[in-house]
Design a protein around this ligand. Structure first.
Ligand SMILES: Cc1cc2nc3c(=O)[nH]c(=O)nc-3n(C[C@H](O)[C@H](O)[C@H](O)COP(=O)(O)O)c2cc1C
Length: 315
């Protein structure tokens, strides 16, 4: 499938594997890139040496284009910005902030820059700052989210900017992909669907919970703090909601202490009681583990089929 995104990034399928802190490491990113999508290594708050090693390990598996994600408010952002140049990363996605101050250096290094945006205003600002594309992410998705859902966000961003738009949030199969393309997107970014992939190195418990999830299995916590997060309804998520509701100085302190490191506890330890199992609403559509290559091929083939024949349903 050829779109402006496959051409811009030099990839086969217009599918980007979204950054996922603690999760999107070299096994997953390399598997997606090798199979023809764009794999992304999540910078998160990890030390630069760790991310350098992840990039090099991914490069040892595939020479296809590779992406990296920088959370711009992270203390390591300056170092990761330079690391991307040193390691000749082809594509950068950015979140939580404005990449403006790095843009000239990244451009000189030939890096394609795709900020994640949750509003039209931010999309326009990123386009003005020189972004090559934007990733419009709806709040159906897993992890940190904005306020708008994908369906209204994507076409409004498409209308507002003249660079390619990638749709993210709630896309896990060819139906979602075809819908996103019809809304004007040139590609999709998926996170949750890759939690249910063979190459994703999360705990068995995490995978089990994702596969067991239904349409109403996720919940949003963190709204009062201004940093909402979508995750599976587990004891930890329920505890967060209770502490947020209590809204006392003591409960908010307890909340901060409980959530610190809780994604790592889910990813590495499979700690059901204390972990935060971030996931999008489409977890309810995932019923089996698949290789990344199958996910990419299946999604694209279904989208192509639907786009080619959709009109027949209405004849
Ligand atoms: C477990 C998890 C962790 C995530 N961590 C990050 C992150 O570190 N940086 C980021 O930009 N996006 C992060 N995201 C968002 C994804 O990159 C992607 O945009 C989102 O998952 C798309 O929606 P979906 O979950 O419906 O596929 C995360 C998503 C999940 C599910």
């Amino acid at each position: 499938m050829k779109t402006k995104i496959t051409e811009l990034l030099g990839i086969e399928y217009p599918i980007v594997q979204g950054a996922m802190a603690w999760i999107a490491e070299h096994h997953l990113a390399a598997a997606v890139s090798k199979a023809g999508g764009l794999g992304i290594i999540a910078g998160g708050a990890a030390p630069v040496d760790v991310i350098r090693e992840e990039i090099r390990q991914a490069r040892a598996i595939t020479d296809k284009p590779l992406g990296m994600n920088i959370m711009l408010l992270s203390p390591n952002a300056d170092d990761l910005a330079q690391l991307a140049i040193d390691e000749k990363i082809e594509v950068l996605t950015t979140g939580a902030g404005n990449p403006g101050k790095y843009m000239a250096d990244w451009k000189n290094a030939g890096i394609k820059v795709m900020p994640v945006v949750a509003s039209v205003a931010l999309a326009k600002r990123m386009a003005r700052a020189g972004a090559d594309a934007v990733i419009a992410e709806g709040m159906e998705g897993g992890g940190h989210i904005g306020e708008l859902t994908t369906m209204p966000l994507v076409p409004q961003v498409v209308d507002a900017v003249d660079i390619p738009v990638i749709a993210a949030g709630g896309i896990a199969d060819g139906r979602g992909m075809a819908a996103a393309l019809l809304l004007g997107a040139e590609g999709v970014q998926c996170g949750t669907v890759f939690l249910a992939s063979d190459e994703c190195c999360i705990s068995e418990k995490y995978k089990e919970l994702v596969l067991k999830a239904t349409d109403i299995s996720t919940v949003v916590t963190g709204r009062p703090s201004g940093h909402p997060v979508r995750s599976l309804k587990t004891p930890m998520a329920r505890k967060c909601l209770e502490l947020e509701k209590a809204n006392t100085e003591q409960s908010l302190e307890e909340l901060e202490a409980a959530t610190a490191g809780s994604l790592r506890k889910a990813v590495q330890d499979g700690n059901y009681e204390e972990g935060t199992f971030m996931s999008g609403q489409i977890a309810g559509m995932l019923h089996e583990l698949r290789p990344c290559a199958d996910i990419l091929q299946g999604m694209t083939a279904q989208a192509e089929e639907l786009l080619r024949h959709a009109y027949k349903r209405f004849e």
